[in-house]
Each structure stands twice: as structure tokens, then as C-alpha cells.
Design a protein. Structure first.
Length: 412
């Protein structure tokens, strides 16, 4: 099921969006796709099924038929992956070679081997290991509430990680090297070194919404008013509006002149953002390819990969943090709940947030901000939700809020 779990499909009859992490929904999807009613999962009598063992021959026959139907769905699901879906992206795919969309992504983009392998052991260069251990902060997973939750909108930034990867040219990073003392001495703020770098030093932030992350053995803490010593990506420092107190050393990226991988990913990401799909199969696969690419390059558990690239992974994450910090700045208050990829302010933010250019400005990727209505809503680390009520005739609300459209033309 790792191939189906992230996928979803709209039921043609009801219009319901089906998450394909359940065998029942996979059956409904395949039944519509192949026009084969036998692929529907059997409905059972809830008065006894799951509450007691079958007692009559008819009940045992229903159980037998249900098991056979589940086997048909599972078998056809594997055939669909190997013969229909994956063939759109890979030549002669074999399911036993892949563990998830991450492994498919690696083969599709042909990520080069960055780290040496000796048997099962992967050797990580020292500076790359330091970036992984000290300067990767993958999301902010603690949702928190500051009071009673009113009727809310659920808001999202479309394709945040793909946009971040394209905007930062992260896929062209092949290595890092130490910065010179001269380069460090002329820096008065994190953005002084172009395009970005990793800095070890003492930094202070007073941003109450995007504090500096401080890593401990148990979890990350985010300091909204204080000084911390550590290794940070300069884009993370920009996101936190951090000031430099002292710099001890730094690392700068080494870029490849080959833009092939970058442009292949950028074109696919733009296709995804703009919704240009040939058909349902392309839509399903393309979304997972662009979404899983960054995570695959940051693979560390359960096993290191020789194609991992921790400077690239760190840069993609840091750029996403910078983008979201700027979204926060658009509407500072009031806030009810905030999570990893959020807006939590009123009124509704709709429209184009910005145009993100790559470092060489020859590929442009729009980052759009879109409200999505969700109710009832529960506090969850998987949600990003804003603190204003919706206005609908069929639902009472205590406060009125006016939506507004905006456009910002400046580059991030």
C-alpha cells in the first residue's frame, strides 16, 4: 500500500474524493477505471460482521466471497501499478525493485551517487554529516492553540517544496566547502552571502512567529526572543530575521554547471503547479514524483542512501521556511492555530503570492496561496488553518470577516 496511500481520486458517480490508502477505495477506483464491478469490495452485514464469528453456511460463504474479492482487488492493484501507472514514467518497471514512490523518484530523475558505499555502509563526508546533524529542520510539527477555535478555513500553499527546490537551484549542489575568513568578516547579515551558505555562530532572533530552531536530543525548540549558538542555513536565519552576533566558521555550496537535473525537475514541477496533465494516470504519478524528490535526497532512516544529498535537502527545507515566514508577515494577527505550512491570520489570503525565480532567472515558478474550506476541524499537526470564521447562511458564526485578493510582484 505505500504506492497507493498518498494517492487520491474522485469518484465519478458521487464526486467524493477517495483517499487510496484503504483497499475499499482502491477497489472503487479500479472498478471505475476498468469498468469492472467485481473489483468492488463486498459490503457486509454490520449486525454480525466484526462482532462474532460466522455461524451459518450463508455467512461463511459471504466471508469466502469477501476474501476472494479482496484478493482480486489486490492483484489488480499490483497489475495497474506495473502495467498502467508506472509505465508512464519508467520503462519496464518491476514492482519487486521498488519500495515506495521515493525509490521510483530516484530512478525517474536518475539521482547521481554522491556518497561512497562500502558494502552496506554509506560514507558521508564530514561537512555533509554536520549539515544533516545540525542544520536540517524538517517542518514544524507541533500544532498549538491559544484559545477557543471558531469556524475556520484550512489554507495551503500549493507545491511548497517543489517551488522551494526550483527557486533555490538546490538540485545543482554537488558539495560544500569552507568559507574564507574574508568572506565571513564582510557579513553583517545572513543575506550578504549570495546565494546562500551555512553559518556557525551566535545569532539572535526576536521574531515571535518564526523563531530560531534550537535542537536538543528530544525535540526542536523555537526561540522567539533569545540568542542561540549553532549551525544554520542562511535562509533559515533570514526566515527568523536573525541578527549575527558572531561568526566562527561557515560552508558555501559548490554548484554543478550541468542544469539537466534541475531543468527536468523544474519543468515537471511547473507542470504540476499549473495542472497540465494528459490524463488521470499522469496526474497521480507526477504529483508523487515532484513531492517525494526532496525527501528522497534527505534519506537517512531507516538506511542511508548513496544518492542522498544533505546540502540539497537542507537548502530546500530552508527556502520553504523563508517563503512561509514571508507569508506570515503579510498578516501578523490574530492567530488561533499554527502548524508546519500555515497561514493563521484573518482575512482570507487568495491569489498569487509571488513569482519565485531560479538563481539564473530563466525558469520561473509561481507560488500560489489558496483557501480551502474545512469543517468540522480538529487541531492536528497535519493541518494548516487560519483563524477567521466563514460566512455562510446555513452555518452561524460569531464574527464577520471579509476576504481580499492580493498580488505581490517582488521576487523572494
Amino acid at each position: 500500500m505505500p504506492f497507493y496511500k498518498p494517492l487520491s481520486s474522485k469518484d465519478q458517480a458521487t464526486g467524493e474524493v477517495l483517499g487510496l490508502g484503504k483497499l475499499e477505495n482502491v477497489g472503487r477506483f479500479l472498478s471505475n477505471y476498468y469498468e469492472d464491478a467485481s473489483l468492488q469490495k463486498m459490503k457486509m452485514d454490520p449486525t454480525w460482521f466484526g462482532k462474532r464469528r460466522p455461524e451459518t453456511e450463508e455467512e461463511w460463504a459471504l466471508i469466502d466471497e469477501r476474501v476472494r474479492a479482496d484478493a482480486r482487488i489486490t492483484s489488480r492493484a499490483a497489475e495497474f501499478l506495473e502495467n498502467d501507472l508506472l509505465t508512464r514514467f519508467l520503462s519496464k518497471p518491476k514492482l519487486n525493485r521498488y519500495y515506495s514512490w521515493g525509490t521510483i523518484t530516484r530512478e525517474y530523475f536518475r539521482f547521481p551517487q554522491r556518497y561512497a558505499r562500502m558494502g552496506r555502509e554509506v560514507i558521508i563526508p564530514q561537512y555533509h554529516k554536520m549539515i544533516h546533524d545540525m542544520a536540517e529542520f524538517a517542518g514544524r510539527n507541533e500544532a498549538f492553540s491559544i484559545g477557543a477555535t471558531p469556524s475556520l478555513f484550512y489554507s495551503d500553499v500549493r507545491s511548497l517544496y517543489p517551488v522551494s527546490v526550483v527557486a533555490s537551484d538546490a538540485l545543482r549542489i554537488v558539495d560544500v566547502e569552507p568559507m574564507t575568513r574574508e568572506e565571513l568578516n564582510v557579513m553583517t547579515r545572513p543575506s550578504d552571502f549570495v546565494p546562500y551558505c551555512w553559518l556557525y555562530g551566535a545569532f539572535k532572533s526576536r521574531d515571535d512567529l518564526w523563531g530560531l530552531p534550537a535542537r536538543t536530543s528530544q525535540r526542536n525548540y523555537y526561540l522567539s526572543d533569545g540568542t542561540v549558538v549553532g549551525l544554520y542555513h542562511s535562509l533559515d536565519l533570514e526566515a527568523s530575521k536573525a541578527k549575527i552576533h558572531e561568526l566562527y566558521w561557515g560552508l558555501k555550496p559548490v554548484f554543478s554547471d550541468d542544469r539537466g537535473l534541475h531543468e527536468k525537475y523544474a519543468n515537471l514541477a511547473l507542470q504540476r503547479i499549473e495542472g497540465r496533465y494528459a490524463d488521470l494516470l499522469e496526474k497521480c504519478g507526477l504529483k508523487e514524483l515532484v513531492n517525494d524528490a526532496l525527501g528522497k535526497l534527505g534519506q537517512y532512516h531507516p538506511q542511508l542512501s548513496a544518492s542522498s544529498n544533505f546540502p540539497t535537502y537542507s537548502t530546500g527545507l530552508a527556502m520553504s521556511h523563508k517563503i512561509m515566514s514571508r507569508v506570515f508577515d503579510l498578516r501578523r494577527n490574530p492567530y488561533t492555530i499554527t502548524t508546519p505550512i500555515p497561514s493563521s491570520s484573518a482575512p482570507v489570503l487568495m491569489g498569487k503570492f509571488s513569482l519565485l525565480a531560479t538563481l539564473q532567472a530563466n525558469l520561473r515558478s509561481p507560488s500560489s496561496w489558496r483557501p480551502r474550506h474545512k469543517e468540522p476541524i480538529r487541531t492536528s499537526s497535519a493541518l494548516s488553518i487560519t483563524s477567521f470564521p466563514k460566512t455562510r447562511k446555513d452555518t452561524p458564526c460569531t464574527v464577520s470577516s471579509t476576504a481580499w485578493n492580493f498580488k505581490i510582484g517582488s521576487e523572494l
